[in-house]
Ligand binder design. Structure first.
Ligand code: PMP
Length: 314
């Protein structure tokens, strides 16, 4: 990540980047007791505008994560969107950006309880390009199982839970793949290390249901809506077997970071033709039009402009 922002938001104030430090005794540092979001802002050259994509939904999810972790965040989702807008403005960022809000247990105490531990909140904003290769990923099913809701709920975007993702991602990369696909303890398909997964089979999309220990992705929701409204594909949320991956017509991963990343190989089996499929490509193009605010209908609904005076074109 390219850290060249002037300011970040921390404990109620905008402060210079160098003041964004925490103590070695911080609870969240020792135990992973924080939760976070990743929000993208897309630069639209023609409109000279940065659009934050579905920022409100990200903050609603953060508030849910906080509820699960017993963190009292003293802001509403709308206030958090306003703070985010101001942060990007203060940093003068006129490019693609990535915002990272983190709510965490900040008290300097030993003891693993969630209750009675004071918390803090910060947001950083950095320039950001693509997180993964969008031209066809090679994936491996991980030997690491996805964390279970009754052990470490994937529904909440908990800092410590990303150790599970890191095990899977490193194993995949060290075995020569680009990304991991994790299974649940029962052996059904769950998700990538930081992406939800969709299969195209028999003319419909299928994706693991919310009870398959997935993070309920904002991009997942965006994909289901765009697929239905713009491309005529219905999505079925259901249990997916590992070997359905091998025989799918197309597969793609999706997430704020990954965007729409087609998968061309799983466990050395070519998916479809072994090249990026036409449906994944079409969806990827559509997604980029929508997130960059090039589609007036979706811009209204999902894209929050950062800068005030802007020429609006469709
Ligand atoms: N699953 C996991 C584990 C993730 O970390 C992410 C990225 N936030 C996603 C799915 C995709 O979620 P979203 O589309 O909201 O970014």
């Amino acid at each position: 990540m390219n850290v060249n922002s002037k300011e970040l938001f921390m404990d109620g104030k905008f402060v210079p980047q160098e003041q964004g430090v925490i103590s070695v005794r911080t609870h969240a540092f020792a135990y992973g007791t924080g939760c976070f979001e990743g929000i993208r802002g897309y630069w639209n050259e023609e409109q000279q505008q940065v659009y934050l994509f579905r920022a409100r939904e990200h903050y609603e999810r953060l508030l849910n994560s906080c509820k699960i972790l017993q963190i009292a965040l003293p802001y509403t989702a709308d206030e958090l969107v306003e703070i985010s807008i101001e942060l990007v403005r203060r940093n003068g960022q006129k490019q693609d950006v990535y915002l990272r809000p983190v709510a965490y247990k900040s008290q300097m105490i030993l003891g693993v309880n969630l209750h009675g531990v004071s918390d803090s909140f910060l947001i950083t904003s950095e320039p950001q390009g693509n997180y993964v290769d969008l031209g066809g990923m090679r994936c491996g099913v991980s030997s690491w199982r996805r964390i279970d809701d009754n052990a470490m709920p994937a529904r909440a975007k908990i800092c410590g839970a990303y150790v599970n993702s890191a095990f899977a991602k490193s194993e995949a990369m060290q075995n020569g793949y680009d990304e991991a696909i994790m299974l649940t303890n029962e052996g059904h398909v769950s998700e990538g290390s930081a992406e939800n997964i969709f299969l195209l089979m028999n003319g419909a999309f299928i994706t693991p249901s919310p009870s398959e220990n997935i993070l309920l992705g904002i991009t997942r929701d965006t994909v289901m809506k765009l697929a239905q409204r713009e491309m005529g594909y219905q999505t079925y949320e259901r249990q997916i077997d590992r070997t359905e991956l091998y025989v799918a017509d197309e597969i793609f991963l999706c997430g704020t970071g990954a965007q729409i990343a087609p998968v061309v190989e799983v466990d050395h089996r070519a998916i479809g033709t072994g090249k990026v499929g036409p449906v994944g490509k079409k969806l990827q193009d559509l997604y980029f039009d929508v997130v960059r605010g090039r589609r007036a209908d979706y811009r209204e609904q999902w894209c929050t402009p950062v800068y005030t005076s802007v020429a609006q074109h469709s």
